[in-house]
Design a protein around this ligand. Sequence first.
Ligand code: PRE
Length: 371
Amino acid sequence: MTTDTDNETPQPQFTLAEARTRIDGIDRTIQELIAERARWAHQVGKAKGPLAAAIDYYRPEREAQVLRMVVDRNDGPLGDDVLVRLFREIMSACLAQQEPLKIGFLGPEGTFSQQAVFKHFGHSAHGLPLASIEEVFQEVEAGNADFGVVPVENSGQGTIQTTLDMFLTSSLKICGETELRVHQYLLSRTGKLEDIERVYSHPQSLAQCKTWLRANLPNAEKIAVSSNAEAARRARNADDAAAIAGASAGHVYGLKHVVIDHIEDRPDNTTRFLVIGREIFPPSGHDRTSVLVFIKDQPGALFHVLSPFAKHGISMNRIESRPSHQGHWQYAFFIDIGGHVEEDSVRQALVELEPFTTQVKVLGSYPVAVP
Ligand SMILES: O=C(O)C(=O)C[C@]1(C(=O)O)C=C[C@@H](O)C=C1
């Protein structure tokens, strides 16, 4: 049997016109099916009863299940992340038929946080750019935003402590997580490396590109600003300035020239974001639970706190200590474990922590991020 791969140059089996006619037919079918799906999603909405707002229709556990089925079915040629993105957009549009979700994020427009909002909720959600992580919490607490998206850790730089500290006092719950591969771009008005005497960026991004900057722009002044978007806004006004930012900040602020792309020191540079809301949603089947534990000041207390998880076969992905704000040298532990708080093993393990703790606060149970 002869195949395309027998020759070095693949021989087209169809003419251009024939292949395009096929694509037109497939597009028609896809479009009809998307419309049919949207009508069914509307029916699902009706089946939920007369609800007040978009947030009442939103089901993150169901969305995670839909996306996992997409990944399981995928035999290529498109990657899992590509198909997840397409289906995420379809669900986002289906949900917005009722009313778009309002999502607070650390603004201004063009930040990585905004990219995380679109990655998790799709482009039919309505993003609300806010001035600080604290304000994202406040607007969700006040009900002005349905959810918020806040950065919590970067693969190279570690924890974003402002976010963790907000959970010490906030009543908000973690309802989801999303991971974003962070690619940094050096953007400038002229596009020429030799013109650059100043580099603006958020401190986190400057840190993520430290080695590259030392090797390539050792004499340029590095200026920390409140966001990468703000860096792009400043750099567009001068020929001798550049910004380190995501590609979208360049588009939003009209800084067209990419001097160099992917200048992050670690090729796997990834930021994890949390979705914060006002309630915990039901299990999706593959979930994570975040708890905040205030440990009693007694010998071996941390050991006793960790052992119930091992006893119940619960995996622990992360433990992080922060000053508890409840007294000198008192620490609170942020712990991420596998499973959902509605599962017996998780519930039982949390009960067993009680003798060794002054407080156990469940911050949320939510679907593990789909790629
Ligand atoms: O299954 C539901 O509950 C729906 O509302 C449908 C749907 C979807 O498009 O698949 C839309 C929004 C929800 O967040 C989850 C899923």
